[in-house]
Design a binder for this molecule. Structure first.
Ligand code: ATP
Ligand code: MG
Length: 586
């Protein structure tokens, strides 16, 4: 490709509205342009990078025995009703009607379509196992599209679905995909680690998210430097349940409270006035106690409209996914102010477990281990002190519902855990029979019995992976593409294209590389050398071949690696072979 013809509209100034580095660089290097909120046009260079990623994914899927198909984006509502997700999927599902007023969804994922397909095609154990995949656009009306193509409303995904006779078969399919994912991300130069994750609405017995460490990510991870335990914060288990972990212990909880810590003793609960104090900090500062001496009462709503109260210590965060699991529901949301007022009779900020009625109360282990505590009083501007769990209030369930904190002990080896952030680039799921049972996707086994197929599903965000690569591979000058994802592998730059000798040699090298199958651009734009070098760095060609008067006088050109900045001179005669060899390293 000649750069004089290439549509790669680079921006001189960095766009100011981009929050993530990858978003900024993808705009600046002319890879993408926003159309509307959360929807993007992929320009030529961006699309080439996306195709590179897709090609690696395709090769590894094929190698793992999956077969590529292409499913419709427009999906009939009936199928979504059959799975129950027409309601459950909520506002993220794009819905539309055709001219006959029939309802449809724009596919955010394809379990419904594929299960409907397979139930009509597969009847016998002889046709199993089966693994099908596609690379296709997905549509999700995200509440908060952000970071460019990292979280958009229309994006490219690889989604694979496996069908097996039994759980053992699923385990084999899952492991094959898990290993394929390892190879895919390694080939793309991404250090994506499999994190234990929450299976949420999908259910099933196990799932891993592949997470690339990055501050631009939206996943909070918990890791152990000692044994390698790695989990999504939503899933990570608290091992030192009754104790404070990093934040302080039971001693703090009773240290300043009214009645001392004799079992059954104390004078509470005592009503204290806390005007306008809604937060843990405000209340505990006012009362002169540690946050760990307070019980937070968080009211939540379940998808079927019921309410529950979650009790966690003041210095702990509520893990909503763990609470949902304890309640046996797909998810929970914090109750709105009106619901809180209706249940507690008080404004938000003053809820407490004493005398709370008509809701399921779930207490975290650490709460049940507290001596005396401060809680909301279910009255405006008031709290209770000297509240003793078990004496002054009870609970329906004790569960691990708090978030792990840095310094908590690893559930595997007991060493301190640390907290980080990352980008989820893929996820593998054991679905079990959730969809096959709902859709009647059954097969006849060797004995003639009819059984539901056991399914798995496996996604990779192709467009998000491109952004994750840029996030991981850049420097102050621009993108530093790894060869496997680079839109073009080599840039040939004549320092001055009005110099006929430079122009001749550069064109020759360019044409020979192109004919050798190397993905190469020639910067023939007639720009100043400084502009060309700046753009070459911004666009991130892994190798730059510089053809300049000074070295050419001695018969040499310069090869410069973008990643290392390393330069060397090679003769004009060997330049093509050297550049081609560099590219083949990938
Ligand atoms: P997230 O928690 O980030 O919303 P998810 O769990 O909803 O992701 P999956 O349903 O597992 O995502 O989809 C598979 C992959 O698709 C994800 O691992 C991610 O890489 C990608 N993906 C999901 N949502 C988006 C989005 N809005 N924009 C771009 N890529 C996405
Ligand atoms: Mg999502």
């Amino acid at each position: 490709m000649r750069m004089s013809r290439l549509h790669a509209p680079t921006l001189r100034a960095a766009p100011t509205d981009a929050e993530a580095v990858s978003h900024r660089l993808m705009l600046q290097a002319g890879l993408i342009r926003q159309s509307a909120s959360g929807t993007y046009t992929w320009l030529h260079l961006g699309l080439r990078a996306m195709h590179k990623v897709a090609a690696v994914v395709r090769e590894e899927m094929d190698r793992a025995g999956a077969q590529e198909i292409l499913m419709p984006i427009i999906q009939p509502a009936e199928l979504w009703r059959e799975s129950g997700r027409w309601l459950d999927y909520g506002a993220e599902l794009f819905r539309l009607r055709d001219r006959h007023s029939r309802e449809f969804a724009l596919g955010p994922t394809h379990e419904e379509i594929i299960t409907d397909l397979v139930r009509g095609e597969v009847r016998s154990y002889r046709q199993l196992p089966l693994c099908l995949y596609q690379i296709n656009l997905k549509f999700r009306d995200e509440i908060r599209p952000r970071f460019g193509v990292m979280r958009s409303r229309e994006f490219m995904m690889k989604d694979a679905y496996s069908f097996d006779c039994d759980e053992d078969g699923l385990t084999r399919s899952y492991e094959r995909m898990y290993e394929a994912y390892g190879r895919i991300f390694a080939r793309l130069g991404l250090d994506a680690r499999p994190a234990l994750a929450d299976s949420g609405a999908i259910g099933g017995s196990g799932t891993h998210e592949f997470v690339v460490a990055s501050d631009a990510g939206e996943v909070t991870t918990v890791s152990c430097g000692e044994c390698g335990y790695f989990a999504n914060l939503e899933q990570a288990e608290v091992s030192d349940r009754g104790h404070g972990g990093a934040g302080g212990g039971e001693g703090d909880a009773i240290g300043h409270s009214a009645g001392g810590n004799r079992p059954g003793g104390g004078t509470g609960p005592n009503l204290v006035s806390t005007p306008g104090m809604h937060t843990v900090r405000e209340v505990t500062d006012f009362l002169g106690v540690a946050p760990a001496a307070l019980i937070k009462t968080l009211l939540v709503t379940t998808p079927d409209g019921r309410h529950a109260a979650a009790l966690v210590r003041g210095d702990h965060g509520l893990a909503t996914a763990k609470l949902a699991r304890a309640l046996g529901v797909a998810g929970v949301e914090l109750a709105d102010a009106a619901a809180v007022e209706k249940i507690t009779g008080a404004a938000v900020g003053f809820a407490g477990p004493v005398g709370l009625r008509d809701v399921i109360v779930v207490a975290d282990h650490a709460v049940t281990a507290m001596g005396e505590a401060v809680t909301g009083a279910n009255q405006d501007d008031a709290h209770l002190t000297g509240v003793r769990p078990g004496r002054d209030f009870s609970w329906d369930q004790v569960a691990d519902i708090r978030e792990v904190q840095a310094g908590d002990r690893c559930p595997e080896c007991g060493r301190p855990l640390s907290i980080g952030r990352g980008i989820e680039v893929g996820q593998v799921f054991r679905l079990g029979t959730k969809y096959s049972a709902a859709f009647g996707a059954s097969f006849t086994d060797e004995t003639g019995a009819i059984r539901p197929m056991v399914m798995g599903c496996y996604g990779i965000g192709i467009s998000r992976t491109v952004a994750a690569i840029v996030e991981q591979y850049h420097d102050k000058d621009g993108i530093v593409w790894p060869l496997t994802a680079a839109p073009y592998e080599v840039g040939v730059v004549p320092v001055n294209d009005r110099d006929t000798e430079q122009e001749r040699v550069a064109t020759m090298i360019y044409e020979q590389l192109r004919d050798a199958g190397v993905e190469v651009v020639l910067d023939d734009r007639g720009e100043r050398a400084g502009v060309k070098f700046k753009d070459a760095d911004l666009l991130g060609w892994p190798l730059r071949v510089t053809v300049g008067a000074r070295t050419l006088a001695d018969g040499f050109v310069e090869l410069r690696e973008r990643a290392t900045g390393g330069k060397r001179l090679v003769s004009v005669e060997t330049a093509v072979a050297e550049a081609a060899a560099f590219v083949r390293r990938a």
